[in-house]
Design a protein around this ligand. Structure first.
Ligand code: HMG
Ligand code: MG
Length: 297
């Protein structure tokens, strides 16, 4: 079972203020020290589009290595990859949407044009020795286009894996999914010959169903789940997107099922406390808030 922590990227990309780089580094180290093996730390996107992550180069330069933790960052194009390659990061992630409208709003390109562009970005990243992950957004539906055809999801997932991405993280960007729908989508992907080990689930908790969807995915054979410390997160180019499933809630549930994660839940609560102090407002994570109240007596 693998948890892919996206809070420092997916969470902090939504913050209005540019938060201090040193504090972000502190948060990332707290997550690594809690035992998270994968942490998405930032994005090498246009600082004009995502001002809160404009400090990506500086952040990566200041980030101490942790042996058991791999850091990754988003890249939207060759320029982002070139900038990432100036750092010590050994992994990157590309991102495309299954919704044409969302893709245009998010990266200013149609799906086909973006997919073509990513072919060369992924090839260059692999050539440079990086591992490449891919995100596919709006898999469970889109606020502008409504239902997203599952055949398009299958086709794009195949295409992303065909480029050489090691895994496709299926995004429920605005939290529409229900467990029955999750099983339906996964069944189509499996029937198309895509193995569960090549997929991850990236569920936003906008409608409170992220955990139920992950449980459905777990039962279907998915073993990698994205989550954000304290439930930080959203997508600035997707109306209505709220935070990701909270990492502590997922870890608590998995430990309760006897599933080992290698994560120290108490240290994760310390990290969530840092995240909460950093953004300056209560975070939505349920386990986090309950444990914090217990700690404060
Ligand atoms: P564009 O305006 O079409 O870019 O944006 P362009 O290629 O025309 O270039 C315009 C200017 O941007 C140029 O500068 C470029 O150099 C610069 P100028 O010559 O005008 O001074 N530029 C860059 N600068 C720094 N880094 C770069 C870069 N690229 C161009 N990489 C672009 C296209 C893709 C750049 C823009 O749309 C962008 O950065 N979008 C990022 C949006 C984003 O980060 N969204 C959130 C992440 S996705 C998400 O949250 C969903 C996910 O969580 C999964 C889920 O929940 O479903 C992953
Ligand atoms: Mg997201």
């Amino acid at each position: 079972m693998r948890i892919y922590e996206v809070g420092p990227r997916d969470g902090l990309q939504n913050e209005a203020a540019l938060l201090p780089t040193d504090k972000k580094v502190e948060l990332i180290l707290a997550l690594a020290d809690a035992g998270l093996e994968k942490v998405e730390v930032t994005s090498f996107v246009s600082p004009r589009w995502i001002p809160p992550l404009a400090d990506a180069p500086e952040l990566c330069a200041r980030l101490p290595k942790r042996e058991h933790t791999t850091y990754s960052a988003l890249v939207p194009n060759q320029k982002g990859l070139e900038n990432l390659l100036k750092t010590d990061l050994r992994e990157c992630a590309i991102f495309i949407s299954a919704s044409e409208t969302h893709n245009r709003k998010n990266i200013n390109r149609g799906i086909d044009e973006a997919a073509e562009l990513f072919e060369s970005v992924v090839a260059a990243a692999l050539e440079a020795g990086l591992r490449v992950r891919a995100y596919l957004s709006m898999v469970w539906g889109c606020p502008w286009e409504g239902d997203v055809p599952v055949d398009r999801v299958v086709e794009l997932t195949r295409r992303l894996l065909g480029m050489g991405c090691y895994e496709v993280s299926l995004g429920d960007t605005v939290g529409y999914g229900t467990p029955a729908q999750t099983l339906h989508i996964l069944r189509h992907l499996f029937e198309a010959g895509i193995e569960p080990g090549r997929l991850a689930m990236h569920m936003h908790d906008t409608r409170g169903a992220a955990m139920a969807n992950c449980l459905a995915g777990l039962e279907a054979g998915i073993t990698t789940f994205d989550a954000a410390v304290g439930g930080l997160g959203g997508c600035p180019y997707a109306r209505g997107a709220s935070g990701n499933l909270a990492t502590e809630d997922l870890v608590y549930l998995l430990h309760g099922m006897g599933v080992a994660t290698g994560i120290d839940l108490e240290k994760l609560i310390d990290a969530a406390e840092l995240a909460q102090a950093l953004v300056g407002r209560p975070l939505p994570g349920r386990y986090f808030q309950a444990r914090l109240a217990e700690r404060r007596g």
